[in-house]
Design a protein around this ligand. Structure first.
Ligand code: FES
Ligand code: FE2
Length: 377
């Protein structure tokens, strides 16, 4: 059994402020189910979680469900055109109200079990035969609402009523993305795209570890390292986020064909604590918004939406990311998750160069420090 107060923050080998002296989080933090329970409360039930791009919600009754660990929720546009987030649970006998995914309920959310009906703003509209119950007051049975914020055109929710707004926590991220993506507000038509959706037999931290470093890119992503120059790759960390910038794009490359007049000639990847990514690859003006959703201590799903300025998606790039790049990373992550269970491994060193180059692992250190701090809090 874990000693939660000690083992969450003090490790055999140090994870300290200096990345070049630090070791990784110890492997039990990636394998112990108690740790996952801890992470739910300390991380996922108190951080801002992306649900969908705001373009997903156009008219009253439009909804999108989201799974945050054990909690199922949905965001809906009310008849007053306001977006609200609710736990996806009926106040009568706890049946889930909406099936997974997106859709439109019309004017009422009707529970599939006994047909209690809720308005799109969350108030109970009607409950069959409830007049038989003395003192029954519909006002006592509104849906349970959660915090909601639109940030970077995306709808986020937070289960913690006291959470600091994301616009305050990550104002510098918003400024950075808007500066580097001048077409950001022109991105439209959210759809599945670029990175696709999928399941990974690895925990969410393994997937983030893999996402935030490109130490592995030369060796494990030959085509990626062929289209994007690793020699000038940049990797920087900030408060709650990290950024990778790849330039010197090779027109004649092995990853995918680029048009001669391709407007985007760099790659940009942003990671927002704890589990969201914004992704741009060279080519046409598209952006992918993706989230890594923990399922258990050692499995997760990833899902996202891609948007483009023209409404058209570059299939060549999508095919490369879905058929080559993602499978390469998924295989790496799944092997690491198996390795983390090995009695032959506990912690590894961070490999960080003084220049903080794009081949260094300083962003893993940044992420591990955020995990360490969150679990200690
Ligand atoms: S559980 Fe929803 S109406 Fe009974
Ligand atoms: Fe990778």
């Amino acid at each position: 059994m874990l000693d939660k107060t000690k083992s969450m923050s003090e490790y055999e080998k140090p994870l300290v402020e200096e990345p070049e002296l630090s070791y990784t989080l110890p492997s039990y933090l990636y394998t112990d189910v108690d740790v996952y329970e801890h992470e739910k409360e300390r991380i996922f039930y108190r951080t801002w979680q992306m649900v969908a791009h705001q373009g997903t919600f156009q008219k009253a009754g439009d909804y999108c469900t989201v799974q945050i660990c054990d909690q199922n929720l949905f965001v809906m546009m009310g008849s007053d055109q306001q977006l609200r987030g609710f736990y996806n649970v009926c106040q009568h006998r706890a049946h889930e109200l909406l099936p997974p995914g997106t859709g439109n309920v019309g004017s009422l959310v009707v529970c599939p079990y006994h047909a209690w009906a809720y308005k799109t703003e969350g108030a109970l509209h009607g409950a069959p035969r409830s007049s038989n119950r003395p003192g029954f007051d519909k006002a006592d049975y509104s849906l349970k609402e959660v915090r909601l914020e639109v940030f970077l055109n995306c709808v986020f929710i937070n289960l913690d009523d006291d959470a600091t707004p994301l616009s305050e926590q990550a104002a510098d991220l918003e400024a950075d993305i808007r500066e580097r993506v001048p077409y950001f507000d022109e991105l439209k038509a959210p759809t599945l795209g670029m990175l696709g959706d999928g399941h990974i037999n690895a925990g969410w931290k393994v997937v983030v570890d893999n996402y935030v470093e490109c130490y592995h890119c030369d060796h494990a992503h030959h085509d990626f390292a062929n289209i994007i120059s690793m020699d000038t790759y940049q990797q920087d960390t900030f408060g709650l986020w990290a950024r990778q910038i790849g330039g010197d794009i090779r027109q004649d490359n092995t990853a995918y064909e680029l048009d001669d007049d391709a407007p985007v000639m760099q790659s940009l990847f942003w990671f927002l604590w704890p589990n969201m990514t914004f992704n741009i690859l060279p080519g046409s003006q598209e952006m992918n918004f993706s989230v890594i959703r923990p399922l258990t201590i050692d499995t997760c799903d990833f899902s996202g939406q891609s948007l483009s300025v023209t409404g058209v998606f570059d299939e060549r790039r999508a095919n490369y990311t879905i058929d080559v790049l993602m499978p390469e990373d998924i295989a790496l992550c799944e092997s690491v998750q198996r390795g983390l269970k090995s009695k032959g491994y506990t912690q590894g060193p961070m490999i960080v160069d003084p220049e903080r180059s794009g081949r260094g692992e300083h962003a893993i250190h940044h992420f591990h420090r955020l995990v360490q701090k969150a679990l200690k809090a």
